[in-house]
Design a protein around this ligand. Structure first.
Ligand code: GLP
Length: 248
């Protein structure tokens, strides 16, 4: 695991965007795995800037998002489909048919999950997967206790995740209780992984992800076993790495 610590959220966003830029410039046909949440917003903003000012071309890129809430229409501002449109897809030259999110309002969820996996495989797998991390260690929506062997599947959200994500909804009762997420196995199959985290709220889980025992109770610990992971942190998210090294 390569860990890069930068001084601010803005620097984190620039560094993460540069990793994605490199991927797309080296292979314009890249398959990107994308993430939502507040952390990657600056990364998307920087990529949009690179598209507008430095001709970064997304026209041949395919994207697969990690997850989507269940029973939420793409037109709902709280949906991840809407988030991606707002923050990225509508601002760069990527055609709708090249972007993919789990279709979470479908009736046959199992068929949707299988189709998502098959589509990722048919594109040759994910070249670079962008990840954030939940405060409980979730990646995508793979909550504590989920199997490391899971493919794309429906997930019951953890109480902590529901509380954490309530800030995006009118009230906590509006937060969907289920989501569809790529599984840990899907994420782990990506050729490269880029995880970003910002803020002191993430310091404890980042320490655990890097130094904790690998176990399903902390899903992100599985990344210790992946051969090509880059972690970019601002100094607040890295605070315990620094402090505990000083005192050890
Ligand atoms: C959500 C998403 C995750 C994301 C996490 C952290 O629950 N499903 O993919 O990593 O939140 O979000 P934030 O970046 O807002 O802390």
């Amino acid at each position: 695991m390569k860990v890069i610590v930068v001084s601010s959220y803005d620097e984190l966003s620039i560094s993460a965007a540069e990793v994605i830029e490199h991927q797309v410039r080296v292979n314009p046909f890249s398959v990107l795995g994308l993430a939502t949440g507040s952390t990657p917003i600056g990364t998307y903003r920087t990529l949009v800037k690179k598209h507008l000012e430095e001709k970064l071309d997304f026209s041949r890129v395919t994207t697969f998002n990690l997850d989507e809430y269940c029973n939420i229409e793409p037109s709902n501002p709280q949906s991840y489909a809407y988030f991606m449109k707002e923050n990225f897809f509508s601002k760069v030259n990527i055609a709708d048919h090249m972007t993919n999110l789990p279709e979470s309002h479908a009736e046959d969820i199992e068929a949707v999950c299988m189709a998502y996996e098959n589509k990722i495989s048919s594109r040759g797998g994910i070249d670079l997967q962008l990840l954030g991390i939940g405060r409980n260690g979730h990646i995508g929506f793979n909550e504590p206790g989920d199997s490391f062997k899971s493919d794309t599947h429906r997930i019951k959200l953890d109480e902590r995740t529901i509380k954490d994500n309530a800030r995006f909804f009118k009230s906590i009762d509006d937060v969907p209780r289920y989501a569809i997420s790529m599984g840990i196995k899907t994420i782990f199959s990506a050729k490269k992984i880029l995880l970003i985290a910002s803020g002191v709220d993430k310091a404890e889980i980042i320490y655990e992800m890097i130094h904790g025992q690998v176990r399903p109770a902390v899903p992100a610990t599985i990344l210790q076993m992946h051969p090509d992971v880059t972690v970019i942190l601002d100094k607040d998210a890295a605070a315990l790495l620094e402090r505990r090294r000083t005192f050890n």
